[in-house]
Design a protein around this ligand. Structure first.
Ligand code: TXE
Length: 478
């Protein structure tokens, strides 16, 4: 029997106003489940429940928050194989990638369990004799969390865990392509001992449920990860009513390969960063900027590795690249192959629809040699497509790396400490990688970018406090 993934509102499981279907992108005959879709009134119910639960949870003890978050983290870690399988089945990343993500979601909850106990404050001397000054952090209130499909456990985890740790109540709206993962996470959270209304899951379309959250006066803060146009529109609406906003959006991340790089290491960084998780990561390396002295050797070796990548069913042993997440995303990826060809970029390999034993959204990883002004080298494609760009020297490579409206992540492969240090200082991004793929970050440190990639305070680690709490300064004359 097909499973129905329900909303979780005010401590109860609720069916939807309409029903959607979640399908397996590796095998379109496999229905992962049906899911409840909300309208504005069901969204209203969830927001009101979170608002009603807000004051009690804001005053819960740090130990209580620790216990809840620790419980969730423990169960995620214990079930990471099963949850990783669900994730791979629903989103299409390979099983090892799915399991690693489920484990990472568990680690994030464990980290924020600890953060709940580390509620730091400051005590300062006043300029006035005898007066004491204290600076503490308090919850923001009700937070709305809107997430994309590409990390269906990790991204919700890195928003829900700090929200709860810092004493906020939550309305969570996942992407419609991954309701099974959202439901699995909500199922664990529902058994963690939270009071009704502190955590709510509402599923449905961005235009209905997401928009209603963004406009709702009872939602004090919105954290969003997704596309640039949606993020930009959300910012206008939410900031007009003075809600706090945090946006994580696109990337067009450069990986610079200097002539002195270890060739094999650089090729592995490029393959991993560009094509793993089917290139559907905001930190993917989509611009491979290679210094002239190593360009031909790098191109040849990368081409061999790319052609040999095994694209197949996400749950099959030995698969390196799973399917594209959806038919619409596959069409977008393929349209960029035509755009690249049309503007004169040289397609070295891939960019074709593939057939496998099961009917799914398969595509061969594509490698272009492009010019910096080509659209394929400037716009986020969000699929298994990478562009090689030639740089005259290290300074030119850095200039090309920074020549983008985005600023999430940048990588460099070099054996020169001097070049690595220079790049770390001058790359206009939020995250820099040296001799590592641009994708692949730790769960306990700040995540985020600059320019068109991000808006508002950083996510994750102790830096998450900035978004999920607000500062209070108290003066006391004892
Ligand atoms: O994103 P959306 P989609 C990029 C990537 C991809 C494209 C479209 O290029 O091809 O975006 O993906 C909710 N008010 N990235 O359609 O629309 C929506 O329901 C409030 C890159 O998935 O931005 C979902 O929960 N919410 C990115 C979330 O916003 C709204 C990751 C993201 O959906 C809304 C994902 C509205 N009006 C996509 N409209 C990255 N770089 O990490 C939609 N939503």
């Amino acid at each position: 029997m097909t499973q129905l993934f329900k909303h979780y509102i005010n401590g109860r499981w609720e069916t939807g106003v309409t029903i959607g279907v979640s399908e397996n992108p590796s095998d379109l005959s496999d229905v992962v489940g049906e899911f409840a879709r909300a309208d504005a009134s069901q969204t209203e119910e969830a927001v009101r429940a979170a608002a009603a639960a807000r004051d009690a949870w804001a005053h819960s003890t740090p130990m209580r928050r620790f216990e809840v978050l620790d419980f969730i983290g423990t169960e995620l870690l214990a079930r990471k194989e099963e949850l990783g399988r669900l994730l791979s089945r629903e989103e299409g990343k390979t099983l090892p990638e799915g399991m690693a993500e489920a484990g990472r979601a568990g680690q994030i909850f464990k980290f924020f369990a600890g953060e709940a106990l580390r509620a730091h404050g400051e005590r300062l001397a006043s300029v006035r004799p005898g007066v004491e000054v204290e600076i503490t952090r308090e919850p923001v209130g009700v937070v709305g969390l809107i997430t994309p499909w590409n990390f269906p456990l990790a991204i919700p985890a890195w928003k829900i865990a700090p929200a709860l740790a810092h004493g906020n109540t939550v309305v969570f709206k996942p992407a419609e392509l991954v309701p099974g993962c959202a439901w699995a996470l909500a199922d664990i959270i529902s058994r963690s001992g939270l009071p009704a209304g502190v955590f709510n899951l509402v599923m449905g379309s961005g235009r209905k449920v997401g928009q209603a959250m963004v406009e709702h006066p009872l939602i004090d803060a919105i954290s969003f990860t997704g596309s640039v146009p949606t993020g930009d529109a959300l910012l206008k609406t939410a900031s007009a009513r003075r809600a706090k906003v945090q946006l994580e959006m696109g990337g067009k991340n450069p990986l610079v390969v200097l002539a002195d790089a270890d060739l094999e290491q650089a090729v592995e960084c490029a393959v991993q960063g560009s094509f793993y998780s089917t290139g559907q990561r905001c930190t993917a390396s989509s611009r491979l900027i290679v210094e002239a002295g190593i360009f031909d050797r790098f191109r040849q070796r990368l081409l061999e590795r790319t052609r040999a990548l095994n694209v197949d069913h996400a749950l099959k042993r030995g698969t390196e690249i799973g399917p594209v997440v959806s038919g619409a995303q596959l069409e977008q990826d393929l349209s960029y192959i035509e755009i690249g060809r049309g503007e004169g970029a040289e397609l070295l390999c891939g960019g074709e629809r593939l057939e496998r034993e099961t009917r799914g959204h398969y595509m061969s990883p594509a490698l272009f040699v492009a010019e910096p002004h080509h659209r394929v080298a400037r716009e986020e494609i969000f699929g298994p497509v990478a562009c090689l760009l030639r740089a005259d020297d290290a300074a030119h490579a850095l200039a090309l790396a920074n020549d983008t409206p985005f600023g999430l992540c940048a990588g460099i492969c070099t054996t020169s400490l001097k070049q690595a240090s220079h790049f770390k200082r001058h790359a206009q991004v939020g995250m820099v990688m040296v001799n590592l793929p641009t994708a692949g970050v730790d769960p306990h440190v700040a995540f985020g970018g600059r320019k068109g990639s991000s808006y508002g305070p950083r996510e994750q680690g102790s830096h998450a406090a900035e978004f999920y709490s607000t500062v209070k300064t108290a003066y006391t004359m004892p």
